[in-house]
Design a protein around this ligand. Sequence first.
Ligand code: NAI
Length: 481
Amino acid sequence: MAQKTAITIARGDGIGPAIMEATLKILEAAGAGLNIDEIEIGEAVYKRGVPSGIEDSSWESLDRTKVFLKAPITTPQGGGFKSLNVTVRKTLGLFANVRPCVSYHPFVETGHPNMDLVIIRENEEDLYGGIEYRQSQQVMASLKLISRPGTERIVRYAFEYARANGRQKVTCMSKDNIMKMADGLFHKVFDEIGQEYKDIEQDHMIIDIGTAKVAANPGMFDVVVLPNLYGDIVSDVAAEITGSVGLGGSSNIGADFGMFEAVHGSAPDIAGQGIANPSGLLLGSVMMLVHIGQGDVATKIHNAWKKTIEDGIHTGDIYREGMSKVKVGTDDFTSAVIERLGEVPETLSQENYSAGGKGITLPPLKTIPDEKKERVGVDIGLNFHGSPDALAAQVLPCLTENLELHIISNRGVKVWPDGNPQTFCTDNWRLRFMGKGGEPVKTSEVVELLSRLNRADMNFTNALMLHEFDGQPGFTKAQGE
Ligand code: NAI
């Protein structure tokens, strides 16, 4: 028996308790060294009136063990409940979501026999900050945040993961042809950190064609690293085309914490019937064993599981006449895996995590020299009903001595001066004021401008300072500017 590591488990809802029981049985039979602490999460906790779905006292266990094996939970319908997954992810700083997507051809039906890729999704930033505003009667806005440290961590994790797992290539995907600053930073940091991993092949694809290629030709990918939203979408595309979502495990990794789970949800439609496939959670637990340095046990379980799949012992979700041999329920599938502990697959590739070492430890973030930051203007958002010329006519008399009205834009398109009359305008406008002759702008000038706009009854909604960093603009131009 391996040395014991303390872990926290939660049995969850729906099929959760059944697949957790199956997973724990296999872990025990394989000789995993675990001290198991159990917490309750999900439906029962929500129903007790805890809006986060997790009791305060449960954090003590998580803080102590720093390893969480979590069965799926049922998210209650209706408002007032917070997503438990998002709460846990954010509270524990789980910045990387790792999702291997593998096909098990010819034993599980799939259109992509050669698929074996790992999606590494940034888990904390991007549009998932949930920072949204109603800017006017007609316009809603969602703020997309990409940071250098956040990107550096996820990109470095992807390269370290590739190295630790004998993978050859890391592909980055972004939309930096459109979001030149936010996605541009993601791509730039990927190129920069990639310089330190010259042993690994690396490339970048625009997210739209990248997603299409994952769907049509997943065999061309190895490790794929993406910002949060793209990662969310691409990882579902990839998991789906392996043949069954019931087979995928996933991990959420932070600086000193790991959470491991199945990709699928609590499947309430089949709960209590004894037919759930425990493979997703089991493969999540294999990732956990590698994380806590029990690679030998992980190897044993993963190989026994592959042999079971190869022997055609399949739960209903992957059972196919002609391809499968026996249709089994959760208990018999579990027994079949246990019987095969010590065996290896013959057709599918064998796993070996023995050399993987313990988890992945990232070095400290790079230090970036301070840049000279200079204010050169301000963007003011306001609501207005009328034409661009009418708006300019009301705003121009409010100008202070050192500011000029540079442009007016609507939904990112320049509409004044010399706008195209065909451009559709909403009730929300952005006015860009710049220092005259490129001169720096003082805060007091902006305050004076706002005060004059206020006196003129201009209904402004926000003001965003425009800066240059080492002489480079920290803002984009409007389309047509
Ligand atoms: P789901 O993944 O639970 O089920 C989708 C379909 O796949 C169902 O037909 C189900 O029977 C089948 N399925 C899923 N896992 C299976 C397994 N292990 N064996 C055999 N068949 C399986 O997704 P759904 O129905 O959209 O969500 C159900 C609940 O799960 C919702 O409350 C949702 O919010 C929650 N959920 C929880 C997650 C988590 O805790 N990590 C993740 C995703 C959903």
